[in-house]
Ligand binder design. Sequence first.
Ligand code: HEM
Length: 411
Amino acid sequence: MLPYTISSNSHALAGPRDAAFYQDPCAFYKSVHAVSPTFFWEDYGHWCFAGFGEVSALLRDKRFGRQILHVATREQLGLPEPKQHTAAFDQTEKYSLLNLEPPAHTRLRALVNRAFVSRNVEQLRPRIERLANELIDGFAADGEVELLKAYAAPIPAIVIAEMIGLPADMAMQLVSWSNRMVTMYMFGVTHETELDANQAAAEFMDYLGGVIAERRSKPREDLLTHMITAEIDGQKLSDEEILSTAILLLNAGHEATVHTTGNGIKAILESGIDPARVFADEAQTAATVEECLRFDAPLHMFTRYALSDIELEGGRNFKLGDTIGLMLAAANRDPTRFADADSFDPFRGDGANVSFGAGIHFCIGAPLARIELQVALKALFKRLPRLRLASEPKYRDTYHFHGLERLDVRF
Ligand code: HEM
């Protein structure tokens, strides 16, 4: 039996924790595209959009926002009060760019944006190449390796740690805190998950608080020092704002990149296409990375609140505070936008994707992630031309995050 249904009245049932579903959410998206790309997902209890045009437009639509409490109270919206046992986690979220809307969002984003623009992150390319090659040196003689732990995770984790100004040997601790915290964004969060995510947030804040104090007395050339000393409109950031921003950058700075690396290696190996062709030159390498992002996106759904009562074109109505789901990975497989949408084709002429979002929350780390992916994938296939899967990779039970449990390869 299929792990999902979608009825002619556009209502879908698909359990995000059902292995048959999360091993292949794109099978569900295929049905959705065939029956109704705008659908009410019963398991989540809100409307979702899977069309490429709709998702791109709604991400940019200022009538929807990631935050709602700047236009209405919890009481008005019938939202529960914050939970005592997630206070530390909520604290890290309070000034997260992802939880702010203008003007607060504009001010904070402007402060960190410069470090992440293409011109600046391009300077990191030689460092990332060195790091990738050193990691490959570490296992090249072994004939086999689990790539997520040995390669995919350390690259983005070390790069973002060094940018913020934390020692590279903290990288795997950062990955662990982050992995525990992001469980809060998954479907079906339990009390135990909340307690653990909260504990991770408390430990993370405690550690960073110490580093911030250190930088105040001994400034350095790093992003943390920049956040401490920079002023916008004559105002400095508060410690709370610095903590939230640093934790967001550290977490977002590796979670999705790790899984795009894993998913991309899997897609290339399973396609049977000669790696020498997909990394033939700079332009083809960039196109291959874009196709990896389109074909097997690491983040599948982001939500928005209706900031007022809204009637969308086509007549669908939303009330203030209603949630909508924007299905990034499904949009990437829209058959009305992409020829042969379900096949991996690094040479396609109609390449595009919404894996980094769009609009004011467009991923600030996209230029950095693209360089990391280009370098990591190309170096791996160049150094290990006989790379092949040692076992069938399985996805983790972490929807809407979509990444592998492990990636065992031989070479
Ligand atoms: C393949 C890797 C990555 C993917 C697919 C990805 C995806 C995304 C998406 C979809 C959003 C927007 C969410 C929304 O609109 O609700 C976002 C936002 C963000 N990403 Fe990424 N990301 C990646 C890597 C990175 C990296 C390396 C950084 C490091 C700095 C980063 C930092 C951020 C931040 C700070 C935001 C919030 C921006 C804002 O709200 O203004 N991301 N990312």
